[in-house]
Ligand binder design. Structure first.
Ligand SMILES: Nc1ncnc2c1ncn2[C@@H]1O[C@H](COP(=O)(O)OP(=O)(O)OP(=O)(O)O)[C@@H](O)[C@H]1O
Length: 299
C-alpha cells in the first residue's frame, strides 16, 4: 500500500503555479527523497501533504485515507519536521522534548531521547535560545520521533548541518527505516539522496521531472559522452547521436548524450568528425538530474 499517494496535485498562488499536476506514491518502509532547486515547490507539496496548505486541485491519500483536512488521527501517525522550526526559546532542549511528550500523552523518563541526543551530539540542558540552526534541527528531529510515528516527513532536514552531523543524521534515519518507518524528505543535496534513499523524485517549477530508483541505479550501465568538435555547428543529426540517445543535445558547444553497451560503435561514429575534446564517464544520479535541468532550460 502507498503510505503517501499524491494524485494530480496543484497549488496556485495568485495565479502562479507553485505545484502543477503532481503525482507521487511513497511505499511502506521506503526512504523517498524529494529533490529540486530553490522555489521548485518542495515545501508547498509537503505543506499540502501535512494539511497546512490547501491544494487548488488534486488528491492526497495518507495510509490509504483521504487527507485534505487536518485530522488528529492521521497527525499522530506522522512525525513532521518543517524547514523552519519554531521552538520556545526560553526552554532547554530537554524541557521542550518533555513538553512535546506530554502533548502526545507519552510517559517518558528522560532516558528515551538520551540515545538520539547523544548520537547527534546535542546538549539537551542548554537553553534553546543558545542553539545554532543545526542544533535546532537536531532537536526538531528528536521531537518528531518521540511518538514513534509510522511516517516521517522532513523538509530539508540536513540544511545548516555540518557534514559530520549530516552523516549522523542520515545514519539515524537509516536506523528508523530498519524499524519499519517510512521516510519522505526534501533536499537539494544529491549526495545525500544517493546515500540514503530507495527512490527519488525530482521536481522543478512545480512539475515532477522524474522518479528514479537509487539502488541498482540503471545509469550505472551507461556511459555519458561529452564531446566538442572542431567548429560550432550542431552535429547531432549528421552523426546520428539520437540513435544512441533520444535526448542527445548540444549546449555551449558541447554535444552531450549517453549510450548503453560497448564504447566501440559510439567512438567509431564520433570519429567521423574532428574531435577537439572528449570525456566519457559513468553517469551519477547527479548527471542524470543535471541533464534534465539543462534540457528543461533549453525548452
Ligand atoms: N505563501 C505563498 N504565497 C505566495 N507564493 C508562494 C507561497 N509559498 C510558496 N510560494 C511560491 O511557490 C513556489 C514554490 O515554493 P516552495 O517554497 O514550495 O519551493 P521549495 O522547493 O520548497 O524551495 P526552497 O528549496 O527554496 O525551500 C515559489 O515560487 C514560491 O515563491
Amino acid at each position: 500500500m502507498a503510505i503517501i499517494q499524491v494524485e494530480s496535485l496543484s497549488k496556485d498562488y495568485k495565479g502562479k503555479h507553485a505545484v502543477s499536476d503532481l503525482n507521487l506514491d511513497v511505499r511502506a518502509g521506503e526512504i523517498y527523497g524529494f529533490i529540486g532547486p530553490n522555489g521548485a515547490g518542495k515545501s508547498t507539496t509537503i505543506r499540502m501533504i501535512m494539511q497546512l496548505a490547501k491544494p487548488t486541485s488534486g488528491r492526497i491519500l495518507l495510509f490509504g485515507q483521504e487527507a485534505l483536512r487536518p485530522s488528529p488521527e492521521l497527525r499522530r501517525r506522522i512525525g513532521y519536521l518543517p524547514s523552519e522550526i519554531r521552538l520556545y526559546e526560553r526552554w532547554t532542549g530537554r524541557e521542550s522534548l518533555a513538553f512535546t511528550a506530554r502533548a502526545y500523552g507519552l510517559k517518558l523518563d528522560g532516558t528515551d531521547f538520551r540515545e538520539q541526543a547523544g548520537m547527534l551530539d546535542l546538549d539537551l540542558d542548554k537553553k534553546i535560545k543558545s542553539y545554532s540552526l543545526g542544533n535546532r534541527k537536531k532537536l526538531g528531529l528528536i521531537q518528531c520521533l518521540l511518538h514513534k510515528p509510522d511516517l516521517l516527513i522532513l523538509d530539508e532536514p540536513t540544511s545548516g548541518l555540518d557534514p559530520l552531523i549530516q552523516r549522523k543524521l542520515i545514519d539515524m534515519l537509516k536506523r528508523q527505516r530498519e524499524d519499519g518507518m517510512t521516510i519522505f524528505f526534501s533536499t537539494h543535496v544529491l549526495s545525500e539522496v544517493e546515500r540514503l534513499c530507495d527512490r527519488v523524485a525530482m521536481i522543478r517549477g512545480g512539475r515532477l521531472l522524474r522518479v528514479e530508483n537509487v539502488e541498482g541505479f540503471s545509469g550505472a550501465r551507461r556511459h555519458v559522452f561529452k564531446v566538442r568538435f572542431a567548429g560550432e555547428e550542431d552535429r547531432t543529426r549528421e552523426l546520428g547521436l539520437r540513435e544512441f540517445d533520444d535526448g542527445a543535445f548540444l549546449k555551449d558547444g558541447v554535444h552531450r548524450f549517453s549510450a548503453d553497451g560497448p564504447l566501440g560503435p559510439v567512438l567509431r561514429k564520433l570519429s567521423g568528425c574532428e574531435i577537439v575534446e572528449l570525456t566519457v564517464e559513468r553517469p551519477t544520479l547527479e548527471d542524470v538530474f543535471m541533464r534534465d535541468y539543462e534540457q528543461e532550460e533549453e525548452r
